[in-house]
Design a protein around this ligand. Structure first.
Ligand code: FO1
Length: 330
């Protein structure tokens, strides 16, 4: 079994699927080795509270406190605040559990005191016993808007309010041109000791693209000596969770691992990927993806159990180390 001792890894993540792989990585890498950068394009203010869904999903998952059935929020949650909001005829389309509200209250308070989102996240993680480094992609606000046949909608209105029903025609990340990537994120990208950049199986359009579109991120990834590996969020023509497949179909893209690989592109062509991890159910696409100039590793990517998460993390890192060795070897 390969040892990952001393190897440093940077993982880019959205919510549920990304958090599962991030948890697997956290079980085989120490806090000094692993940094997770989460999308904040889904962040929004609701009832005066700053909500950071992807950051919180990763944090609750690493803390072992996540609600596995729901995919977001906390386990053993209660909903009395929602009940009271209903009494007040206040908006209830976006569900905030009683315990989850505490997270947003603390975030609200610390941001009001002038703390950055990174400082808030570090504090929340520490208090929940999360030792691995979880960074927001930026401390500056970035808001995803979805251009749909029902007009341009803020992301959470489209995703939760409309349950992704409108046809999506495109995405806009308001603030992305001026938002600075989180400084620690850039430091890690520039670290010569970095052994792998792992793009988790998150939605390429609304979870990963905002991270990639931050100023300097793509250039830093292109310059990194570390291989860039993505794990496909599409298995056998469907998304494990969420609207990725629907968005791909609406963008007239093939709904397949190959479609995701084409979206990211090959580093050899000035785009992103050295390697792509696909599910063994999609092994018939290996040659087509390799023809794009991207190395492929087919394995079991559907993560039901904790062991599945660890196995996928291990096999992704082994693939990354293999690619790094091949790059060095010329
Ligand atoms: N997703 C839902 O589908 N419905 C909800 O009511 C909901 C509430 C919610 C509250 C806090 C939080 O951190 C996340 C929440 N999510 C909810 C999930 C979230 O909005 C999306 O899954 C992500 O933005 C997509 O990655």
């Amino acid at each position: 079994m390969t040892s990952f001792a001393e190897r440093k890894v940077l993982a880019l993540s959205g919510g549920v699927g990304g958090a599962k792989l991030a948890l697997g990585l956290s079980k085989i890498l120490t806090p000094a080795q692993l940094t997770i950068v989460a999308n904040t394009g889904d962040d929004f203010e609701h009832l005066g509270l700053p909500i950071s869904p992807d950051l919180d999903t990763v944090m609750y998952t690493l803390a072992g406190r996540n609600n596995q059935e729901q995919g977001w929020g906390l386990a053993d949650e209660t909903w009395q605040a929602m009940e009271m909001l209903r009494n007040y005829a206040a908006p209830t389309w976006f569900q905030l559990g009683d315990k989850d509200i505490a997270t947003h209250l603390v975030r609200r308070q610390m941001l009001a005191e002038g703390k950055t989102l990174s400082e808030v996240s570090a504090h929340l993680c520490r208090q929940l016993g999360v030792e691995h480094c979880l960074l927001p992609m930026s401390d500056d606000p970035v808001q995803t808007w979805v251009d749909t046949d029902a007009g341009e909608l803020p992301f959470q209105t489209y995703f939760v309010g409309e349950r992704c029903r409108p046809t999506a025609r495109g995405f806009r990340f308001a603030g992305i041109a001026t938002a600075q990537p989180q400084p620690g994120f850039m430091t890690r990208l520039a670290d010569p000791q970095l052994s792998a950049i792992v793009i988790c199986p998150s939605n390429p359009f609304v979870s990963v693209d905002p991270i990639l579109q931050l100023a300097g991120v793509r250039a830093a990834m292109a310059q990194s000596a570390a291989p860039v590996i993505a794990v496909s969020p599409i298995v056998a023509g469907a998304a494990i969770k969420g609207p990725t497949a629907k968005m791909m179909a609406e963008a007239q893209m093939p709904v397949s691992a190959l479609g995701v690989a084409e979206h990211y592109g090959a580093r050899a062509d000035g785009a992103l990927l050295d390697g792509f991890v696909i599910d063994e159910a999609d092994a018939d696409q290996v040659q087509d993806i390799e023809r794009l100039g991207i190395a492929v590793h087919a394995t079991k990517t559907v993560m039901h159990s904790l062991q599945d998460r660890i196995d996928l993390a291990r096999s992704t890192l082994e693939f990354a180390l293999d690619l790094a060795a091949r790059r060095k070897g010329g």
